[in-house]
Design a protein around this ligand. Structure first.
Ligand code: IPM
Ligand code: MN
Length: 330
């Protein structure tokens, strides 16, 4: 049976790279029934729709959502991010953001292979806080971090389960428990409690500033990393930078409880400066599609696509897509 996929190409290079991801899945023989959704900054500028509740309800009926990138110059910061991307993460309860990193970091000779599990529905991203006396000399702005025991624990448990399936069986908690003594303490206690259920998993803890060194100097120490929403956002850009660049970085926004569709998107943005020039590297979008296939139970095909992306490819967006499609076809 064909998988029902909602496709949001979005803005900038989003459409171009998503087309290549669909091309590669087609070449790999995956049966997809796709429905395009015209959403993003360009749509917003045209008629004001960001993501209506009606559209969101339609999205709930799909098996998965494949997203290119959203964001257009001319739309104030936060409008599309909060109104579309974060709305999907929160409303569809996509509580895991899984970002795999393989590659050989600059200055190293051996490849690394680690995965960052980023909590995706809490932390500073919930938008807690506000202004007082806005625009005056006595202005106050607060922005809180919301951490629930349930939200942290389900994220940590997912990371332990993932570590159990991997060869090294190692999990590192990343936080800032020496300064964020409330949130950090909740994370630490939740982590320790779940660790007791997984005696086969070796654990470690890093304050978040340390992996900013280790990702670069010693990436081999990591297998699975679990962290909060904002730390995970920042660290995964660094993960991309040491793993061949952001043009290769893929991500899965997962609802592991499967109460609705999960969403798959490259880590990179819409790159409006190179949009429409057939220049963007579609590999991150193609690898995000592979993560989608994993989640849809087609891991063999996903592995084939990852294998096809592993050898270097150069050329235009469509040439890279054609080359990878050719490799998976054979
Ligand atoms: C990401 C992005 C988003 C985030 C932005 C666009 C809201 O940077 O997916 O990493 O901060 O989560
Ligand atoms: Mn980011």
């Amino acid at each position: 049976m064909a998988h029902q996929i909602a496709v949001i190409g979005g803005d900038g290079i989003g459409q171009e790279v998503t087309s290549e991801a669909l091309k590669v899945m087609g070449a790999a023989g995956v049966e997809l029934d796709t429905t395009e959704f015209d959403l993003g900054g360009a749509r917003y500028l045209r008629d004001g729709e960001i993501l209506s509740d009606e559209t969101l309800d339609r999205l709930r009926g799909f098996d998965a959502i494949l997203l290119g990138a959203v964001g257009t110059p001319g739309v104030p910061p936060g409008v599309i991010e909060r109104g579309l991307l974060l709305k999907m993460r929160f409303e569809l309860d996509l509580y895991i953001n899984q970002r795999p990193f393989t590659g050989t970091a600059p200055g190293h000779s051996e490849p690394h292979d680690f995965v960052v599990i980023r909590e995706n529905t809490e932390g500073p991203y919930v938008g807690e806080g506000g202004f007082l006396r806005k625009g005056t000399a006595h202005e106050v702005a607060t922005q809180g971090s919301v951490n629930t025991r349930m939200g942290v624990e389900r994220c940590v448990r997912y990371a332990f389960e993932l570590a159990s399936e991997r060869d090294r069986k190692h999990l590192t908690l990343v936080h800032k428990t020496n300064v964020l003594t409330f949130a950090g303490n909740l994370w630490e206690r939740a982590f320790d409690a779940v660790a007791a259920e997984f005696p086969a998993i070796e654990t470690a803890y890093n304050h978040v500033d340390a992996p900013c060194i280790y990702f670069v100097q010693d990436p081999h120490r990591y297998d699975v990393v679990v962290t909060d929403n904002l730390f995970g956002d920042i660290l995964t850009d660094l993960g991309g930078a040491v793993s061949g660049g952001i043009g290769l970085a893929s991500s899965a926004n997962l609802n592991p409880a499967r109460t609705g569709p999960s969403m798959f998107e490259p880590v990179h943005g819409s790159a409006p400066d190179i949009a429409g020039q057939n220049k963007a590297n579609p590999t991150a979008a193609i690898l995000s599609a592979a993560l989608m296939l994993d989640f849809l139970g087609e891991s063999d095909t996903a592995d084939r696509i990852r294998g096809a992306c592993a050898q270097p490819v150069t050329g235009s967006t469509t040439e890279v897509g054609d080359t990878i499609a050719g490799r998976v076809r054979n």
